[in-house]
Design a protein around this ligand. Structure first.
Ligand code: ATP
Length: 324
């Protein structure tokens, strides 16, 4: 293998730049030619490919987002789209591709690896949701949770000062890891995640109990994908049941995405980028680099693309006990 390429795909996540840097520098260290592909699979379809030098990744380890830019591409989900992508890789003589993204990106990578002759593909989990099977960690999660924690702490200050109930919506359409972890870290009184059934009767019971014992401040953290709905739905419900209560909402949204990556994201992204290139050189294909019990592992895309990473719901129970 003489030429490899790297792209970022799906939602951006802080730490992707550290992974790109590691892929480029590890490739160059081994004497490979390294190419960057802009705007994920869409850029690959359009042939937006350029040769990368070591200076192209200088001074990026501390930057959020992705210097390669990212995109979602409907065209790539079709065999015709992937055939165009394959053609561009072949024109450049690229035989190894590193895809940094989420499980959707890995499904695409698996298809491409199966259809494009002489191409091998390795994935690096880069998504703030931490919802990929086979890895304990995904790049961007730590930075996103820390951003949520910082903002929830600020909101608690004002909630305490005014004796208010706040419902804070954090990111997580299908996964509640940000809600669970920021909720625990901020001492939230209630946490709602997509992985568990939302019991409105329990919520009302808890609120009645708080009213009786005059606990006036309450922080509720809800993942955007909760089955009952987002923060506004919860506010409507509580206002109807407890007229006169001061209920406020805050939707943290994209505040959680950007920003300088934490040391943890930078280190894990560096380890994964380094491992991805070494795995390509060892002959690996259609695999994701993951982290299990602190160790770097590689897992087939078939496993990594499985839906529904199980959540340790015991932690939700613990959070309720600790905030009671
Ligand atoms: P995030 O977790 O941040 O959303 P993701 O990688 O899961 O990241 P997706 O939008 O699901 O984000 O996928 C990124 C891209 O991967 C899609 O825009 C599409 O081009 C490609 N892709 C997704 N699913 C498939 C599939 N089943 N077959 C082929 N390509 C796919």
């Amino acid at each position: 293998m003489k030429k490899i390429a790297v792209l970022t795909s799906g939602g951006d996540a802080s730490g992707m730049n550290a992974a790109i840097r590691a892929v480029v520098r590890t490739g160059l260290y081994h004497g490979l030619e390294v190419f960057g592909i802009r705007r994920g699979y869409q850029g690959l379809i359009e042939g937006d490919i350029f040769r990368m030098a070591t200076t192209d990744v200088s001074n990026i380890i501390q930057r959020g987002g992705t210097i390669l830019k990212t995109a979602r591409s409907q065209e790539f989900t079709t065999p015709e789209g992937r055939s165009k992508a394959c053609k561009h890789l072949q024109e450049h003589g690229i035989e190894g591709l590193v895809v940094i993204g989420g499980d959707g990106s890995f499904k695409g990578a698996r298809e491409l690896a199966g259809e494009c002759p002489h191409l091998r593909v390795i994935g690096i989990p880069g998504t703030i949701d931490k919802d990929i099977v086979g890895t304990d960690y995904t790049i961007g999660f730590d930075t996103a949770v820390n951003a949520a924690v910082e903002n929830i702490d600020r909101i608690r200050d004002t909630a305490e000062s005014h004796d208010r109930l706040f419902i804070i919506e954090v990111m997580g359409r299908d996964a509640g890891y940000i809600a669970l972890n920021s909720g625990i870290a901020c001492g939230a009184e209630d946490i709602f995640v997509p992985e568990e059934h939302t019991s409105i009767s329990d919520l009302i019971k808890n609120l009645r109990y708080d009213k009786k014992r005059k606990k006036l401040v309450r922080i509720i953290v809800v993942a955007e994908g909760d089955e009952y709905g987002g923060a506004e739905k919860f506010r409507e419900l509580i206002r109807n049941r407890f007229p006169g209560w001061e209920v406020r909402t805050a939707i943290l949204g994209h505040l959680q995405r950007g920003g300088s990556p934490t040391y943890f994201d930078r280190v894990q992204a560096s380890r994964m980028g380094y491992a991805a290139v070494n795995r390509l050189l060892e002959g690996g294909n259609s695999e994701m680099i993951g982290l299990q019990h602190g160790n770097i592992v590689h897992i087939g895309f078939d496993q990594a693309c499985k839906k529904n990473k199980p959540m340790d719901l015991g932690q939700l129970e613990m959070a309720m006990v600790l905030s009671s």
